[in-house]
Unconditional design. Structure first.
Length: 374
C-alpha cells in the first residue's frame, strides 16, 4: 500500500513548469512537466521499487529523487573516485533484478590509473543512502589518455546476465581486436564471473568477457519486451548512427564497414558499407542524430505507442519514436524538437509515463504525459 501511495504522489506532484499547450503528435497528444531542473549534466536514471529514482550526474554524483519528486540535496555516499574526462564520468546506473532482497546497484564510470582512463563497472549495496560492500566487477583492458567513447549502458537480461556496452575509446581498430575490450559488448554474471557459454570463453586469443564486437560507441541499450533480446544503438562518425540486435560472437563491422564518413572532409571510412562476415544494422541515421538513451514502451498511458522504441537525440534535441514489425523499423517520428534540450536518457516510469533527462548544466528531469488521443 505504501508503494502505491508513493507512486500516486509521484504521478500527481504539481510542478509549475508545464508545456504551454498540448503537443499533437501522429498518434498521441501529449504534455510535459519539469519534475526538477536542478541536475548537473545528468546521464542516466533508474526507478526503484517504491517509485523513487536514482540519477547519475556526469560529475560523479549519484542523486536520489523521492517518489514525490523531491531531489535530495545530498548525493548518495560511498561512491568510488570518479573522473570527469571528456565524454567520461559517472555514466549508467541499474538495479540488480533482485534488488528488493539484496540491495545491489551497479554503476559504470570513468576510472583513472595514472594519466590513463577507462570504463569500469562497480556494484554495491545501497543502505541508508550509502553504497556499501562495493566491489569492481569489470575494468576495461588497456586504459588510454583518450577523452572519447567510454560507452556505457548496463542492462540485465531475463536470464540474469549483465550486459555492459563499451566504446572504442576513439581508436577504431581496437573494436576489431578480440584481445581488447574496447568497442565490444560485454556479458557477465551479476558478480563479474564469465558465463560458460560466452562465445569467446575458450578462445585463448580473445577476451572471454566479449559477447559481440566491432562497435564504435554504444550509448543505448534495452531489452525487447516480447523476445527478450537486447537492442543497442551506437554513435556513427559523420552519419551512420546504428541500431543493432547483437548476437553472440558476431562482428558489427566498425571501422571496416560503416554508413558514416570522416568528419569535416567527408571521405570514406574503411571498405564501405558491406563485407562478408560482418553484420548489417537494423536501422541507420544519416545524418547522425547523436543517439543517447533508449527504451521500449510497454505501458497503458500511451496505448498508441505500445511496443514502440524511444531514443533520445543529443544533436537535434528531440525524442525519436520508432515503430517495429518483425525486428524491422517500419516508421520513425521526431518529437519535442528544440523544446527541452539535449535528451540524454529516456525511461518508462512505473506509472506508465515517459521520463527524459536533458544533458546540460541545469539538467532537467521531464515527465511526458498524455493529454488526449487525436
Amino acid at each position: 500500500m505504501a508503494g502505491s501511495i508513493s507512486l500516486l504522489l509521484f504521478a500527481c506532484t504539481a510542478q509549475p513548469l508545464l508545456a504551454d499547450k498540448p503537443i499533437k503528435t501522429e498518434k498521441q497528444t501529449i504534455g510535459y512537466e519539469i519534475v526538477t531542473d536542478k541536475l548537473s549534466h545528468p546521464w542516466a536514471m533508474v526507478f526503484m521499487p517504491d517509485g523513487a529514482m536514482l540519477i547519475t550526474e556526469k560529475n560523479g554524483k549519484l542523486r536520489y529523487l523521492d517518489a514525490a519528486g523531491n531531489l535530495d540535496p545530498i548525493p548518495i555516499q560511498g561512491l568510488p573516485e570518479i573522473r570527469t574526462h571528456g565524454q567520461g564520468g559517472l555514466l549508467d546506473v541499474t538495479l540488480h533484478p533482485d534488488f528488493e532482497s539484496n540491495r545491489y546497484i551497479y554503476i559504470s564510470y570513468a576510472e583513472r590509473t595514472g594519466n590513463r582512463y577507462g570504463t569500469t563497472v562497480m556494484r554495491g549495496k545501497l543502505k541508508n543512502h550509502t553504497l556499501e560492500e562495493s566491489e569492481v566487477i569489470f575494468r576495461l583492458s588497456n586504459k588510454t589518455k583518450s577523452r572519447h567513447h567510454f560507452g556505457s549502458r548496463l542492462v540485465f537480461d531475463n536470464q540474469g546476465f549483465l550486459f555492459i556496452t563499451l566504446g572504442d575509446r576513439g581508436d577504431g581498430p581496437r573494436a576489431q581486436d578480440l584481445t581488447d575490450h574496447a568497442g565490444s559488448l560485454i556479458r557477465l554474471h551479476d558478480d563479474g564471473r564469465i558465463p560458460q557459454d560466452n562465445p569467446f570463453k575458450d578462445n585463448s586469443k580473445a577476451k572471454p568477457e566479449i559477447y559481440s564486437y566491432g562497435h564504435r560507441n554504444i550509448q543505448g541499450a534495452a531489452l525487447h519486451p516480447a523476445s527478450g533480446s537486447l537492442w543497442t544503438h551506437e554513435h556513427g562518425p559523420q552519419g551512420g548512427d546504428e541500431i543493432n540486435i547483437p548476437e553472440a560472437g558476431r562482428n558489427y563491422g566498425w571501422p571496416i564497414i560503416t554508413y558514416g564518413v570522416n568528419y569535416v572532409i567527408g571521405t570514406k571510412i574503411g571498405e564501405g558499407t558491406h563485407k562478408v562476415g560482418m553484420e548489417q544494422p537494423v536501422h541507420t541515421w544519416i545524418p547522425s542524430i547523436a543517439p543517447s538513451g533508449m527504451s521500449f514502451y510497454t505501458g497503458e498511458q500511451f496505448p498508441q505507442w505500445k511496443g514502440n522504441l524511444f531514443v533520445g537525440s543529443l544533436k537535434f534535441q528531440q525524442l525519436v519514436r520508432l515503430e517495429i514489425d518483425n525486428n524491422k523499423i517500419t516508421h520513425e517520428e521526431r518529437l519535442l524538437t528544440d523544446k527541452l534540450g539535449r535528451i540524454r536518457d529516456v525511461r518508462q516510469g512505473p506509472d506508465g509515463m515517459l521520463y527524459l533527462l536533458t544533458d546540460e548544466r541545469k539538467g532537467k528531469l521531464v515527465k511526458i504525459f498524455p493529454k488526449n488521443t487525436l
